[in-house]
Each structure stands twice: as structure tokens, then as C-alpha cells.
Design a protein. Structure first.
Lengths: 236, 267
């Protein structure tokens, strides 16, 4: 009898461990974001009025409203689950935006509702970060050089254009999302949304200049579905 | 105590006149065709105002020194005609001085503001906005495309609000963050503010003109020396005012043409 109980307990522990650590945890969605047509040419930015920043870019950086890669890849597209997944609590790790060389790094910063956003100034000059929020509270904060990072949060889902009130060329976007199932298209336009339980999902791809597109996807078991998005590029 | 006050007034007056007389803080060397007149006017004004200032302070000190010991029952002489005469005399004296400065100064002022630019002056538009200056050249067609303020978008560097898709004149416009001009050639500067008041101040050019929101202002000048000069905003315009500046690059004609071609390729 004791032996049977012992086996049962051992099995239960093993089962729990499998679920918690490393067992197959559902399907995934991956794909590529591309464009068709001619995107607007990105213009070089002249930072001569801020010599400390100009010095950091021997070759001037360009605007980032449309960033492309080889094979018509479209970068900086936020791909996320807009319907079908439960809302997630904010992750413990903060999202980070770094002001370096009078540029926001990265250019698009996704985060979950109420997740901490750490704002860092790595420049020897002052910045005044200004998220132009419409649904969340709008604010702007000055950050002189060598001051510690500060933390902010956004309480509602929203795509927020961000600018610097001191350096007119500095722009970025915050994507405040309801759950952690998101990705930003990288160098080849690729993205991947892993760890999706079976279910019916609406996938949205959002680009700061070209708007958004959605597709419905049903995941069953551990399958990996491929979803591609194609945006229509405009020369102006 | 009153005598100490009189001495203090004299010391302060002389101490503040010393750096002016000694030319301790001089303006940068003038590099414009109209600057000489401005400088002459400036020094006339300084001499006149300086002599008046010193005279007024010294007379004040003498009066304090001389009459401070007068008892309250002592007799005091009055200005001929009483207080009324004194006020009229002061108004006439100060009025004549201000009027004279205006009459003599108008010559310097007129070279920049009251005469039109020559027909072949190079037009350059300057837009001031929080907290940067941007410049626009009309390109090979010689025409500035129309402005659409609602299309201003700094994220894609559409800084002036141009619509090249629909306005052919805008397609060859050249927008820059640095102002380059050829030496010894008249420039017609067209100024407008994007948001609040700013100022276009180039000490070496002896040009100091405010931008007024809603007003299209213009002035003309000729730079006479190749070099790089600072353009600063001298009108407190907000949080980043301290960092609002641009550079004026005066070049040879050949260098300017090359520069313009390079800028055109970057548009």
C-alpha cells in the first residue's frame, strides 16, 4: 500500500514538473512582414546643432518612419495577438527606452499594460521625452545628462507616438499591449509568437506609417502556423 | 553718510564705464557690407549715452555732497520756473537726444530694412521652431513650393510641410539644417516662425531680427568673409532655448554650388 502511494506521489510530482518546466506548451505563429511598392526614401538627419550627438554618428543616421531590409522585408512592425488571448499581468522586467546619440533605442518599444518603462538618458545633453498619448495620460519629462533613469507606466492599451521636445528629429513609438504575445519584425522581416495554447486568435500587425492589418488564425495542439503580412508602401 | 553715498555713486559710475571705454567686450569682427554703419551708430550711441550717464551720476553725487548737510530750516534755491520748468526742460532735453539718435540711426537701419534686395539676390527661407532653425533653398526651378503647415512631420523630416506629391515646385526644394551662402553675394532671407517667437541673431553679420508667429518677415545682407558663424536664437522660446542654434557657412561660389548639389542629392 505504502509503495503504491509512493509511486502515485512520485508520478504526481513528475507530472507537475513536466508542466512547469520544459514540456511542450502549445503552438506558435511565425511569419514575415514585407512591403510591395516603393517606400518613401528615408532622409539623413543633420544633428549639427547638438555637436555631442552629431559626433556619435560619423555617417548621419536617417529617419526611421519606414525601415526596410533585404527581400522587401519591413522592420519595426509590431505583431501581436489582438483577440483570443487573455490579458496578461505586467511582467516583472521593465521595458527600456534609451536616449543615445539623440536617437531612441530601440525605435519601437512594445510593453504590456502597467509594465514598468525605464527611461534612460545616455547622452551628455538634456532630453525631454514626450509620449503623445491620447487614451493614456499625456506627459513629458526632462532628463538632464547623468541623471538616473526614471520609471513610467501606461494603464491602457495604445500605440503612442513619442517625440523629444528639445531635439525635433527624435521620434519613437510605444506599443502598449494587453498581453505578452507580441514580437517586433527584425532584420529579415521575420517574427515569431511562441507558447500559444490551442485556440482561435486574431493577429494584428501594426506599422507606424502604414497602419495595421489583421488575420485570424486557429491553433490546435502544438502546431506552428505561418502568417505573412504584406504592406503597401507609398513613395511619399 | 551722505558723503559716502556720493562717493559710492561716483565709484560705481566710473567702474561701469571703464569696460566700455577700454573696449573690454567687443563684438566679433564685422563680416557684412552693412555692418560698418551699424557699428558706427552703435559707438555714437554708446558715446552719447555714456557721457549723459556719467554727467548725470556726477551731478547727482555733487548735489548729494553739497546739500546733504543743509538743515531743514535752511533756504533752498529752486530751478528757474519751478518744478514745471524743470519737467519741461528734461522732456525737451531727453526728447531731443532720442530724436537725434533716431534721425542719425535711420541710415544704418534703412540699409537692411527700407531698401529692397537686388533682383539677383539669392532667396533663402528660414523657419524657426522649437528648438531648431531649418533652411530652404528653391532648387533649380527658382521657385519655393507652397507650405502646408498641417503636413509638417518631423518624424520623416518634412520640416516645412511640403507636398512634393502634388506640388511640382516643391520637388526640387532643398531643406537643410545648416545655412550656407556664397561670399560677396546678396542673400534675401525670408523668415517665418513655426510656433512661438524666436530670433535670428548672427553677431558677426550685425543682424538681429525676431521671428513673429503669423508674420512673414524678410531682410537682406551680403557676407564679405568666408567662414563659419553661429546663428543663435536670442528670444526666450521655451525649455530648449539654450540649445537653439545653427551655423552660417559662408563659402566661395564654387564651394557653395557644390554644397547645394550635395544637399539636393540628400533630399
Amino acid at each position: 500500500m505504502r509503495t503504491k502511494l509512493g509511486y502515485a506521489a512520485a508520478l504526481a510530482v513528475l507530472g507537475a514538473t513536466t508542466i512547469a518546466f520544459g514540456g511542450p506548451s502549445g503552438g506558435s505563429i511565425s511569419g514575415k512582414v514585407t512591403y510591395e511598392g516603393t517606400p518613401a526614401r528615408q532622409k539623413p538627419i543633420d544633428m549639427s546643432k547638438e555637436p555631442a550627438c552629431a559626433k556619435e554618428h560619423p555617417t548621419p543616421i536617417t529617419t526611421e518612419t519606414v525601415v526596410t531590409g533585404p527581400g522587401n522585408a519591413l522592420l519595426n512592425v509590431v505583431v501581436y495577438i489582438s483577440a483570443g488571448a487573455p490579458d496578461d499581468p505586467p511582467p516583472a522586467q521593465p521595458a527600456t527606452v534609451d536616449q543615445k546619440g539623440c536617437q531612441y533605442l530601440p525605435h519601437v518599444i512594445p510593453m504590456v499594460v502597467n509594465q514598468e518603462l525605464k527611461v534612460v538618458n545616455d547622452d551628455p545633453t538634456s532630453h525631454n521625452i514626450h509620449p503623445l498619448a491620447k487614451i493614456n495620460n499625456e506627459w513629458n519629462k526632462s532628463q538632464p545628462p547623468r541623471t538616473p533613469p526614471f520609471i513610467e507606466k501606461f494603464a491602457k492599451p495604445e500605440f503612442i507616438p513619442v517625440k523629444c521636445n528639445i531635439h525635433p528629429w527624435m521620434h519613437s513609438s510605444f506599443a502598449v499591449l494587453k498581453n505578452s504575445h507580441y514580437a517586433v519584425s527584425s532584420g529579415d522581416g521575420g517574427f515569431s509568437l511562441p507558447n500559444l495554447p490551442p485556440g482561435k486568435y486574431t493577429i494584428t500587425a501594426w506599422h507606424e506609417s502604414y497602419g495595421d492589418q489583421t488575420q485570424d488564425v486557429t491553433i490546435s495542439g502544438n502546431e506552428t502556423k505561418t502568417v505573412n503580412f504584406v504592406f503597401k508602401a507609398k513613395p511619399y | 553718510m551722505a558723503k559716502l553715498l556720493a562717493l559710492t555713486i561716483i565709484v560705481i559710475a566710473i567702474a561701469s564705464a571703464v569696460p566700455v571705454v577700454m573696449h573690454t567686450w567687443v563684438a566679433p569682427a564685422d563680416v557684412s557690407t552693412h555692418g560698418r554703419l551699424i557699428d558706427e551708430q552703435m559707438s555714437e550711441t554708446m558715446i552719447e549715452a555714456g557721457v549723459s550717464f556719467l554727467a548725470a551720476q556726477i551731478i547727482l553725487a555733487i548735489f548729494i555732497w553739497k546739500f546733504s548737510s543743509l538743515r531743514s530750516d535752511g533756504k533752498m534755491r529752486t530751478f528757474p520756473g519751478g518744478a514745471k520748468g524743470l519737467v519741461i526742460a528734461a522732456i525737451v532735453l531727453v526728447g531731443a537726444e532720442v530724436l537725434a539718435l533716431g534721425v542719425f540711426g535711420v541710415k544704418a537701419w534703412a540699409t537692411v530694412y527700407f531698401t529692397p534686395p537686388s533682383a539677383d539676390a539669392i532667396p533663402v527661407q528660414c523657419q524657426a521652431g522649437q528648438f531648431a532653425f531649418y533652411f530652404r533653398y528653391p532648387g533649380p526651378d527658382g521657385k519655393f513650393g507652397p507650405l502646408h503647415p498641417e503636413m509638417i512631420n518631423e518624424a520623416n523630416q518634412n520640416l516645412f510641410g511640403l507636398d512634393p506629391e502634388h506640388d511640382p515646385d516643391s520637388r526640387d526644394d532643398i531643406v537643410t539644417a545648416e545655412m550656407a551662402i556664397p561670399v560677396n553675394k546678396e542673400i534675401h532671407l525670408l523668415m517665418h516662425a513655426k510656433d512661438v517667437s524666436h530670433s535670428f541673431y548672427v553677431p558677426a553679420l550685425r543682424i538681429h531680427q525676431d521671428f513673429v508667429p503669423g508674420l512673414d518677415l524678410s531682410l537682406h545682407f551680403t557676407a564679405t568673409k568666408i567662414g563659419k558663424y553661429e546663428i543663435v536664437c536670442s528670444q526666450l522660446c521655451g525649455l530648449g532655448h539654450y540649445s537653439m542654434r545653427a551655423y552660417l557657412n559662408v563659402m566661395s561660389r564654387e564651394d557653395f554650388d557644390d554644397w547645394l548639389k550635395k544637399q539636393a542629392a540628400l533630399q
